[in-house]
Design a protein around this ligand. Structure first.
Ligand code: UDP
Ligand code: MG
Length: 319
């Protein structure tokens, strides 16, 4: 097995400070690989800082580096998809631009790939530089989605992973717009193995994912990989209907036995409000799924390329 290719794909959004520190570490890791042609592909996901200029400098100094710039900020998942789409041969390794996924582990990932694994993913045994709230919610989320989703989604596992050529080409066939990558990797399957690692603190800058964005990301994951909430709405509806019937029966019997003195305004109000609330929740749930269906039906491209600059090559614009 000589001269297989490995392309390290990195999505970067405003990482001008971290990139110059990260690149030498990646370069050093690639040099350790025996019989493997190492490449690096940076995807600039609509950065508004000096990231693109920094990347240009890195590419000038290192002929293994290719660059891709998207037309605007499309989000990490789309940026990664754009990067992976450009990998034509060999395996791909995904890591974060901020140094949270240590490139020093690349040789370990490659060793597993050589043993025949298709999806080698890093599992966080410890997270450094992240608050307890983020750690606790992340922990809860991975357990929750793990139980809800029929697709296996390994816990505490992010995008830090190596994909063999066949798992990469399988992933390329999944073109859905709402991309919950962790789930997509799980859907692909093949031989998967985890490599435990300590997640480092960011090299510089701050996380792009605030609380609100993470919350939406969690909703994305749940609605993309499970229809359990719809089922839950059905059960809630059935339960409410049963209780309503019992209550109606009780009212009728009461009226027959003791007559019907007009009273019960509190009861009426609470029943109306309760039923209204349940209906709105169920409607909102349907809306979440419908909205996603609507997005899919538009069939827009997942991203647009502004500049594609192959390794040590000329610049070509547009797509
Ligand atoms: N990122 C991106 N586009 C975005 C947001 C983030 O390409 O819109 C990249 C970012 O540069 C980093 C990775 O995705 O390389 C993870 O982002 P971040 O570190 O902000 O997230 P966290 O590690 O806190 O989950
Ligand atoms: Mg990070």
């Amino acid at each position: 097995m000589t001269n297989q290719r490995l392309t390290v794909v990195i999505a970067a959004h405003n990482e001008a400070q971290a990139l110059p520190v990260l690149h030498p570490r990646i370069a050093a890791a690639l040099e350790q690989l025996d019989g493997i042609e190492g490449r690096v592909l940076y995807v600039d996901d609509g950065s508004t800082d000096a990231s693109w200029a920094v990347l240009q400098r890195i590419a000038q100094a290192d002929s293994r580096v290719a660059l891709l710039r998207l037309s605007r900020n499309f989000g990490k998942e789309a940026a990664l998809t754009a990067g992976l789409d450009q990998v034509e041969a060999g395996a791909a390794m995904i890591l974060d631009a901020d140094g949270q996924d240590p490139p020093e582990l690349i040789p370990q990932f490659v060793a597993r790939w050589r043993e025949g694994y298709d999806d080698v993913h890093g599992t966080r045994i410890q997270r450094e530089g992240e608050g307890w709230l983020k750690r606790a919610t992340a922990h809860g989320f991975y357990r929750f989605i793990g139980r809800l989703s029929k697709t296996p989604i390994p816990a505490d596992t992010g995008d830090f992973r190596l994909l063999s050529p066949r798992s990469l080409s399988a992933l390329k066939q999944l073109r859905e717009r709402h991309r919950f990558m962790k789930g997509l990797f799980g859907w692909v399957g093949f031989n998967q193995i985890a490599i435990p690692y300590r997640r480092q603190a960011r090299l510089a800058g701050r996380s792009n994912f605030g609380f609100w964005r993470l919350w939406n990301f969690a909703l994305e994951g749940i609605t993309s990989f499970s229809t359990a909430p719809l089922r839950a709405a059905t059960y809630l509806g059935v339960l409410t209907a049963l209780v309503a019937f019992a209550f109606a029966l009780w009212i009728v019997i009461k009226a027959m036995l003791w007559g019907d003195a007009v009273a019960g305004w509190p009861t009426m109000m609470s029943v109306i409000l309760f039923l209204g609330g349940v209906q709105l929740v169920a409607l909102g749930l349907i809306g979440e799924y419908l909205g996603r269906l609507y997005e899919e039906s538009k069939q827009r491209p997942l991203y647009l390329v502004d500049v594609w600059q192959p390794a040590a090559g000329g610049v070509s614009s547009g797509q």
